[in-house]
Design a protein around this ligand. Structure first.
Ligand SMILES: [Zn+2]
Length: 219
């Protein structure tokens, strides 16, 4: 195997394997760009995935694309840094776009409400909210602390962000658990795009769905 040896073909479709950001599966095999762009599954599964497992997964992702096209997405939340959520309340489904799910911009991952089973919100390692907490997201404590952080950070422009983790558990075979990491710059902490804006709303919606409560109270 020299530097100029011919690369192995994609183990899933037989296509040419070249380019950046390609996905590796079990047995140190690398997928082609086309297949890599369609994959969305937990790292633990990916690391031991066989070509056959990926083929089944791609069929599942094709069904996902059809579901995405079929739903009527009446609400779309795009103000949270690096995170997009769509909601079809009547059709009982949400979709997500986030790096944690892979390169899914063209085929966002759709979950029907009944697939969402758990919700937790962390600020760094501190839990702010969870399934057992009823009612509104407790922002008071979080926000006052955030304000302090923002003020402290004002002297150093390179470190002006605060990290949140929105964690979900689902019954989806490829996403039993998801950890959406969301970084807010201090200028984004307040207002519509900040933690008290869409973030609060999105968390409230997801908690309500996971708790099997009515979304009409959230509006
Ligand atoms: Zn391929």
């Amino acid at each position: 195997m020299g530097l100029f040896s011919k690369k192995e073909a994609c183990p899933v479709c037989g296509g040419e394997v070249k380019g950046l950001f390609l996905i590796k599966i079990g047995d140190k095999k690398t997928l082609c760009k086309g297949c890599s762009k369609q994959v969305s599954m937990q790292k633990e599964q990916l690391e031991k995935a066989t070509p056959e497992f990926i083929r089944e997964h791609l069929a599942y992702r094709q069904k996902n694309a059809e579901a995405f096209a079929t739903h009527t997405w009446t609400e779309k939340y795009t103000a949270i840094p690096g995170f997009t959520m769509g909601l079809d309340e009547a059709g009982q489904a949400v979709y997500f776009i986030h790096d944690a799910l892979g390169d899914v911009e063209e085929n966002p991952v759709v979950f029907s409400f009944d697939r969402l089973t758990g919700y937790e919100l962390y600020r760094r390692k501190t839990k702010l909210d969870g399934m057992e907490d009823t009612g509104a997201i407790p922002l008071e404590t979080g926000l006052s602390a955030l304000g302090a952080i923002a003020r402290l950070a004002n002297g150093d422009q390179s470190k002006n962000y605060d990290t949140f983790h929105l964690k979900l558990t689902t019954t989806d075979p490829y996403w039993p658990a998801i950890d959406f990491k969301i970084d807010f710059a201090d200028t984004q902490l307040h207002g519509f795009g900040g933690f008290a804006g869409e973030m609060q709303r999105v968390c409230q919606i997801l908690k309500t769905i996971a708790r099997r409560e009515s979304l009409t109270c959230v509006h």
